[in-house]
Design a protein around this ligand. Structure first.
Ligand SMILES: *Cc1c(COP(=O)(O)O)cnc(C)c1O
Length: 472
């Protein structure tokens, strides 16, 4: 499989190079040259198989000779071996024709583990093959950083540096990052906001000399391997509920549009998917876009589901590319409009394509709190605020379109204990393997919001510059 950029002006790349690269050099996102197909027979043959078996069947379609099948199988096995649930992503029924897909059984208790753990192992395999070494840098507002740190800890071919805003992440989120003792893991508490952290990361990638010396690599949600890894649980969930004979809908708590785009990919590959419901909190730019045809930024507010407090939904560009008939010229024009005037309008045909596949609904803070309380009262299940947004959206769409619906449960309730306790009166407990998190010693490196200071810190700790580099 070869990969092309949504903006059409970056080189076509192999799978291995797409994983190592992240963002395309023309500012676009990489997508497969065509969507591989999984036929009805093949889907039927996958019914009842393990998560790892389905993952191998689905993911091998996207991977070329740059990663051999035996290496892929080993990566999958290592990525999911120590999940807290044997099924990796189990389904729990909460009503007639209503299921939760629990994606938070990984080590850091959010769905980001599912993709990040596979990405880390793929990167390690690719770098090992080339005799290279990488420096992973990323900014986090909470969940991505801990997932990246846990996924890359102890790996020989990469050092990981995560920037987070000092004093602006929760205790659980910070401790999940700062208590990891491995020598290749480094956190930086920046005196600034999440946007400042992200600006620092962008500036490091743009600093060509530094980028080359350190062999920088990114693991944010635009990395194709993360989307690809997330397609697998759409298959396992739908198969468990009767696909391909039965059409299943999914409601997805959405921020950067990575998770739900993976559902679109599964559908493009031949999985019979009903509605794909974009669930947003009051930061509802995507819900407004579906209703009005206009993507218009108006500022972000803080909510109890912070991983969805976003209005530049990076992966939406991948859907735009499909919606405009894979015309990179049109994507470039829309993205230029967004940069110039913080908005763009979808042409009739593109909007028709989007509405043909996706539905959308939003939940405000009161509805989110109300849902956490009511699902607990009805079923005894504790859900986190992101999952609750998904539940509200699923209910809205199911009233119009009855049929089997799976809500992606993206975080463990103990990751957001205050919001859950406020709605239910019950404080969710951390799983046993994390019970001592609040007692583990922390390593905190606090730095000013200053590019030179952060680059110096990374240069002093990264191994890449001291390693002989292979053909990267
Ligand atoms: C990242 C995240 C989301 C949003 O996922 P996207 O792929 O960015 O749309 C939703 N819920 C939780 C808990 C997350 O960490």
């Amino acid at each position: 499989m070869r990969y092309i950029s949504t903006r059409g002006r970056a080189p076509t790349l192999s799978f291995a190079n797409v994983v190592a690269t992240g963002l395309a050099s023309d500012g676009g996102l990489y997508v497969p040259e065509s969507w591989p197909q999984i036929g009805l027979d093949e889907l039927q043959a996958l019914q009842g198989r393990t998560y790892a078996e389905v993952a191998l069947a689905v993911l091998s379609q996207f991977i070329d000779e740059s990663v051999p099948p035996s290496a892929l199988a080993a990566c999958i096995d290592e990525a999911y071996r120590d999940f807290g649930h044997e099924l990796v992503a189990p389904l729990v029924q909460y009503g007639p024709d209503q299921w939760l897909l629990e994606l938070w059984h990984g080590p850091t208790l959010a769905f980001k583990d599912v993709a990040m753990r596979l990405l880390a192992r793929l990167m390690e395999a690719i770098l090992r093959d080339r005799g290279g070494h990488a420096t992973i840098v990323g900014a986090t507002s909470g969940d991505t950083g801990s997932a990246a740190i846990d996924a890359f800890r102890g790996l020989a071919a990469a050092d990981v540096f995560i920037l987070y805003p000092h004093g602006r992440v929760s205790d659980v989120q910070r401790r999940q990052m700062t208590t990891v003792p491995d020598a290749n893991v480094h956190t930086v508490a920046v005196d600034g906001t999440f946007d400042d952290c992200q600006a620092l990361v962008k500036a490091m990638f743009a600093d060509a000399a530094f980028n080359q010396r350190m062999h920088l690599s990114g693991v944010n949600s635009i990395n194709w391997a993360r989307i690809m890894a997330q397609t697998v649980y759409y298959f396992t969930a739908a198969l468990a509920l009767g696909a391909p004979e039965r059409r299943i809908s999914f409601a997805v708590p959405t921020g950067n549009f990575g998770d739900i785009f993976a559902g679109y990919v599964a559908k493009c590959m031949g999985l019979p998917v009903g509605d794909l419901v974009i669930a947003t909190n009051v930061n509802d730019i995507l819900d407004r876009t579906l209703k009005s045809g206009r993507y218009a930024m108006q500022g972000v507010v803080s909510t109890s589901s912070p991983s969805m407090d976003i209005e530049i939904s990076s992966n939406f560009e991948r859907l735009l590319f499909e919606a405009v008939g894979r015309d990179p010229e049109k994507v470039r024009r829309l993205m230029e409009g967004l940069k110039q005037s913080r908005a763009f309008t979808l042409e009739e045909q593109a909007l028709g394509h989007v509405r043909g596949v996706f539905a959308s609904a939003r939940a405000d803070e009161a509805e989110t709190r109300g849902m956490i309380a009511s699902i607990f009262a009805r079923t005894g299940l504790l859900v986190d605020p992101h999952t609750a947004v998904g539940l509200v959206a699923a209910a809205t769409v199911q009233r119009r379109h009855p049929g089997p619906m799976v809500v992606l449960s993206t975080a463990h309730p103990a990751k957001f204990p205050e919001a859950v306790a406020a709605a239910t009166g019950v404080k969710p407990r951390l799983p046993a393997r994390l019970a001592d998190l609040l007692d583990r010693p922390e390593r905190i490196n606090r730095l000013p919001n200053d590019l030179t200071a952060v680059e110096d810190f990374i240069a002093r700790h990264a191994r890449a510059q001291r390693m002989p580099q292979g053909n990267t």
